[in-house]
Design a protein around this ligand. Structure first.
Ligand code: 3HC
Length: 286
């Protein structure tokens, strides 16, 4: 099995930019596709800033940063991903948008053996697979935020995924320096299945007025040695993403613990999305 050298990434937000950065640092030729010229520029700036931070913190040499930058190209035309061996989509956590993207990639990517991986957090992989003409080549590859830091990736084969696709995706995860675990194609996979009810439980505590965010977070940071408490973590993940994940899980299981609390919905409606909007359960400086 030849190693992957040409990777495509669709979407250059929080997750896509992290995936593209890690892949470029791992030596891959990475082409990043965004929806518009503006979004492409924002994505390029986001990755450049992260690489610069790596140099400032002494984690990367300027040579490593420059090499990674040289391996990255950006486009707002999905057609430019035609020659990719693997494409990872990391667009918004929305079933219709993701379905459109995998369908478009199915038509665009020329190599019929190429793997199309989705970074969905909660949408059934099989639903995306059967929207394409190559269901055997579709697989879940779920990264964790911040992608450059978190070691884990969940690999989620659908009922339709071929063994070859699974092998290739495992090999890619290792090429990226990540530690893969295989997860079932159930909404939430392994990690979010456990994490989401916990995060929503913390929102309900705030909503009911029974505890303050600071106390809940301190409780879990000091009492459970979590690197960040649940409300700080929600702010990192993005409240809109968390709501979308909770909704997919609720749709699948009809389990009240997965239902997004009204407070979460209201905060999303108000644009209080967490760190990325400057305000969530906490406020953040620009
Ligand atoms: N890019 C690269 N490196 C980063 C980074 C980023 N965006 N953010 C932090 N780091 C690095 C820092 O450089 C630092 O490295 P060093 O110790 O070698 O210098 C290290 O991470 C720690 O960073 P800080 O000192 O700035 O801050 P903290 O110690 O508070 O750590 C954190 C920040 C890494 C975010 C840590 O709090 C953490 O691990 N939090 C939990 C994150 C988590 O649980 N993520 C999973 C979310 S669930 C998910 O993504 C799934 C989705 O489907 C919802």
């Amino acid at each position: 099995m030849e190693p992957v050298t040409r990777l495509g990434v669709v979407g250059c937000g929080l997750m896509g930019s992290g995936v593209a950065e890690v892949a470029a640092l791992s030596g891959l030729d990475v082409r990043v596709a965004e929806i518009s010229a503006d979004a492409t520029d924002a994505g390029r700036r986001r990755i450049a800033a992260s690489l610069d931070r790596g140099v400032l913190r002494g984690k990367l040499t300027t040579h490593q940063r420059d090499q990674a930058r040289a391996r990255l190209t950006f486009t707002h035309d999905l057609g430019d991903l035609a020659d990719r061996q693997v494409v990872i989509e990391a667009v918004a956590e929305n079933r219709d948008i993701k379905t459109d993207v995998v369908r478009a990639l199915d038509k665009t990517v020329e190599d019929a053996e190429a793997v199309l991986a989705t970074n969905t957090s909660s949408i059934p992989i099989v639903d995306l697979a059967v929207a394409t003409e190559r269901p055997g080549r579709i697989i879940g590859l779920h990264f964790f935020n911040p992608v450059p830091v978190q070691q884990l990736v969940e690999i989620i084969p659908a009922l339709t995924t071929s063994q070859e696709t699974l092998r290739r995706t495992r090999a890619l995860a290792e090429q990226l320096g990540k530690q893969p675990v295989q997860a079932p194609d159930r909404s939430g996979f392994v990690v979010n299945a456990l994490l989401v009810p916990y995060l929503l439980g913390a929102v309900r505590m705030v909503e009911s007025g029974s505890a303050r965010p600071e106390d809940i977070d301190r409780g879990m940071e000091l009492g459970r040695a979590h690197p960040m408490g649940p409300l700080r973590l929600l702010d990192l993940i993005g409240l809109d993403t968390a709501q979308a994940v909770a909704e997919s899980m609720y749709e699948e299981f009809k389990e009240p613990l997965h239902a997004a609390p009204a407070l979460l919905r209201r905060m999303v409606a108000a644009g209080h999305l967490g760190r990325k909007s400057g305000r969530g359960f906490y406020s953040y400086d620009a």
